[in-house]
Design a protein around this ligand. Structure first.
Ligand code: ZN
Length: 297
């Protein structure tokens, strides 16, 4: 049995996940807490340790995994910069620090970390829309655009730990992206970029409200750009990796018909053989994907 933790700016969620032979992993029990205000490493890791300890009590735990909201170093020990957390997190050895707190509580199982979008991909592969696949890509469309790539059954992490940032595929223009680059898919297609264009046109910034207006000229002018940016990113990733499937997850993927719209828009960008084989799917696990994945690191 393993424990997965999804580590967000507002909520900390943990789950005990069983992995019985021949069955897909399943959540046995979960627990959540609000992320402490100030988000300091000491406070956050204490709360996480409390959740993990509660779920571990009376069970044999193999490992606990944390889905971390930031880029990681190549050795998967720390994040060089977690943009929504205080600077004291930068470079902190997270598995080591959490292990020490857990040891004080009487637990000795190992702790591992992985980037949250990569965990989302591992989760979809273990128990969701990509289960049974060895080559797939997951995009999470939300405030930003996360991405995880599994190739030959393994997560691609890159030589510096920074691989699989599909949200930062260059698509067009010179609009600045939060990462410091320009013209990235995230700028056009994430909820924040979409809201910016919608508000400038006097439309609702909330993506669900805006999507409900799909089909009106004004909303489509904004949403077509959102869809087009994702379509370009999907086409690029298919040309590079030829995956078995591309999964669209994250909050925006719940908008009815959005995956079909992205698929249709991507056709003109794809070379002919790729159009025949594109298998674009919607996430099956939603919010739980990263938890499952964290338990599979
Ligand atoms: Zn970027």
């Amino acid at each position: 049995m393993r424990i997965g933790v999804d580590f967000g700016g507002h909520t900390l969620t943990a789950a005990r996940v069983s992995r019985k032979d021949g069955c897909l992993p399943a959540i046995e029990e979960s627990a959540e807490a609000l992320t402490p205000q100030g988000r300091t490493a000491g406070d956050v890791l204490d709360v996480i340790a409390g959740l993990v300890s509660r779920l571990a009590a009376g069970h044999e735990i193999e490992c606990a995994g944390l889905a971390v909201p930031g880029p990681l170093d190549a050795g998967r020990r720390s994040s060089p910069r977690m943009s929504n957390f205080p600077k004291e997190w930068d470079g902190l050895d997270i598995p080591d620090t959490l292990s020490r707190v857990l040891a004080d509580m009487g637990h000795s199982f190992p702790v591992k970390i992985e980037n949250d979008a990569n965990c989302y991909a591992l989760g979809e592969g273990a128990a969701g829309a990509a289960s049974g696949l060895a080559d797939f890509v997951v995009f999470t469309m939300g405030t930003g655009i996360g991405c995880g790539i599994v190739n030959g059954g393994k997560l691609i992490t890159g030589s510096h730990g920074l691989a699989a940032e599909g949200g930062h595929i260059v698509v067009e223009g010179s609009a600045p992206c939060g990462c410091g680059g320009i013209g990235h898919a995230e700028t056009l297609s994430a909820a924040d970029g979409t809201a910016k264009r919608a508000l400038a046109d006097g439309l609702p910034g909330d993506f669900r409200e805006l999507w409900a207006m799909r089909g009106t000229l004004a909303a489509d002018r904004v949403l077509d750009i959102t869809i087009d940016g994702m379509a370009r990113a999907v086409a690029t990733i298919c040309h590079l990796l030829d995956p078995e499937a591309v999964i669209i997850g994250g909050g925006m993927s719940k908008a009815p018909g959005i995956v079909d719209a992205i698929k249709e828009a991507s056709m003109k960008y794809l070379g002919l053989p790729y159009r025949e084989v594109l298998d674009l799917r919607v996430s099956a696990l939603g919010n739980e994907a990263a938890l499952y994945g964290a338990a599979c690191i």
